[in-house]
Structures are given as C-alpha cells and as structure tokens.
Design a protein around this ligand. Structure first.
Ligand code: THU
Length: 144
C-alpha cells in the first residue's frame, strides 16, 4: 500500500519553497510559503498576502486553505509544510500562527485527519501533529 505522505514529502516541501516566491509582503518583508498535502496526492499551495491595513494581512497557510476549499476540498488533509524568512531567506523553522492553526483545523476536522505539520528551517525541520499545536480545538463538531 502506498504511503502518500512518505512518497510526497520532498515534493511538498519543494512546493512550499516555490510558493514562497509569490509572497506579497512589502510591509513586513517576511515571506512565507505553505503547501497542503491531501490523501489523493494533490498539493495545494499559498503564500502570504499582506495589506496596507496591516491587520488584514493573510498568512500563507490561510491562503492555501482558502484555495483548497474553493477547489472543493473538504477534508483529506494529511500534511502541511510551512517555511519562511526575511526577504525569503529561510532561517529558523516557523510554525503556523494561532489563527492559521484554527483554519487548518477546520479542513482537517471535516475529514477526520490530524495532519502532520512540517516546519522547515535552514538547519532543522520540526514536525508535529496539528492536534499538538492546537489541543482541545473548537471545531465543526461543536456546532453539530
Ligand atoms: N505569516 C504567515 O504567512 N504564516 C504564519 O504562520 C506566520 C506569519 C506571515 C504574516 C505576515 O505577512 C508575515 O508572515 C509576518 O508576520
């Protein structure tokens, strides 16, 4: 039986790197790319999209999740790769912000998965399940 995550892991990280190239981050200068892996092997990417009204800026993970939703995806989320740095230079591994954790949780909860979050840095890659980043999450089940 094929292991979608094992087979696609390097492609997923490469996709996040490519996605970072389309970051629009003129205010912070911090470029972020995210890539979502689904159980059918599809990869959906996003980059941060800042706004002159700073607080309205969208994170890379949120953009990717929105694109996935618009493409009709409701669950099946196996893994998320995220990376970023000033001017696109990757240094420390970064993990999804609080709002993005909640947004990713929606997509994950719809399909009953607990995606692996792969935080890619220059020297080290840190991995953890979304449920570790967002324990006791509020989700769709609370409103059912
Ligand atoms: N950012 C992301 O895209 N994802 C995160 O998880 C953390 C932060 C973006 C938002 C903003 O455009 C820039 O990084 C600096 O905060």
């Amino acid at each position: 039986m094929s292991d979608v995550l094992a087979d696609s892991r390097e492609d997923l990280i490469a996709a996040a790197r490519r996605a970072m190239d389309s970051a629009y981050a003129p205010y912070s200068g911090f470029h972020v790319g995210a890539a979502l892996l689904f159980d059918d092997g599809a990869i959906v990417t996003g980059a941060n999209f800042e706004n002159a009204s700073y607080g309205l800026s969208l994170c890379a993970e949120t953009v990717a999740a929105s694109i996935a939703s618009h493409a009709g995806r409701r669950g099946g989320l196996l893994a998320v790769a995220v990376l970023g740095g000033m001017g696109g230079a990757i240094d420390a591994a970064i993990s999804p912000c609080g709002r993005c954790r909640q947004i990713l949780n929606e997509l994950a909860a719809l399909g009953g998965t607990d995606p692996l979050v792969i935080c890619v840095g220059a020297q080290e890659t840190v991995e953890m399940r979304l449920s570790v980043l967002l324990p006791n999450a509020f989700g769709p089940a609370n409103l059912a």
